[in-house]
Ligand binder design. Structure first.
Ligand code: UP5
Ligand code: MG
Length: 187
């Protein structure tokens, strides 16, 4: 399939760091298709999938859903999109995610965006978001932070060691963050 030769940019950052917001900005200016792994998982719950209950309980607990499920959803979304340039937001979250994606999709990212932002600011953003997400409560937020530090930061270091990391200060206002992000795609 066409997506097997795709250009992929992974978009990582703590919960509430602005991954979704900035990807929405990017698709207005560049010919990428945006997939949020979290959004795909939430859609899978709603679809009445046999894995729905399991995915739901893992999200409410801030845990990382088994790679097989997430990678399958991402590959299906890429295949159905008809595009060959993708922003994949919130994935990979741990080493297993990264390796399974590399093996199944056979794609290495062109580069990896990392939205860096202090935890207090992330907490403020999530607590004032109010979109009815079941993981947007203080108890789950603490768990999401812990999983981010323990499982996702090592992936970010991995890409840094490969020279693929593009770190953005995401604590600034959204418009300023986008100015910094845009530059990376214009070149
Ligand atoms: N906002 C955005 N930018 C701002 C700025 N610069 N200044 C001020 N406010 C800003 O933004 C969050 C909020 O902040 C919004 O109200 C926004 O207006 C404001 P958003 O763009 O939504 O941030 P984002 O980084 O996308 O936050 P999100 O909560 O979606 O991140 P998470 O990583 O926590 O959530 P995700 O959906 O990726 O994952 C949820 C769960 O799914 C995970 O915890 C996990 O259980 C599961 N999951 C997996 O298991 N595997 C996966 O591969 C992916 C998810
Ligand atoms: Mg998001």
């Amino acid at each position: 399939p066409r997506w097997k030769k795709s250009t992929v940019v992974f978009v990582l950052g703590g919960p509430g760091s602005g991954k979704g917001t900035q990807c929405a900005n990017l698709v207005k200016h560049f010919s990428y298709t945006h997939f949020s792994a979290g959004d795909l998982l939430r859609a899978e719950i709603k679809s009445g999938s046999q894995f729905g209950a399991m995915i739901q309980s893992m999200i409410v607990d801030g845990r990382i859903v088994p790679s097989e499920i997430t990678v399958k959803l991402l590959c299906k979304a890429m295949e159905e999109s008809g595009n060959d340039k993708f922003l994949i937001d919130g994935f990979p979250r741990n080493e297993e995610n990264r390796i399974v994606f590399e093996n199944v999709a056979n794609i290495e990212p062109a580069f990896v965006l990392f939205f860096d932002c202090p935890e207090e600011e992330l907490e403020r953003r999530i607590m004032s978001r109010n979109q009815g997400r079941e993981d947007d409560n203080i108890e789950t937020i603490k768990k999401r932070f812990k999983v981010f530090v323990e499982s996702t930061l090592p992936i970010i270091s991995y890409y840094e060691s490969k020279g693929k990391l593009r770190k953005i200060n995401a604590a600034k206002p959204s418009e300023e963050v986008f100015e910094a992000v845009k530059v990376l795609f214009a070149s």
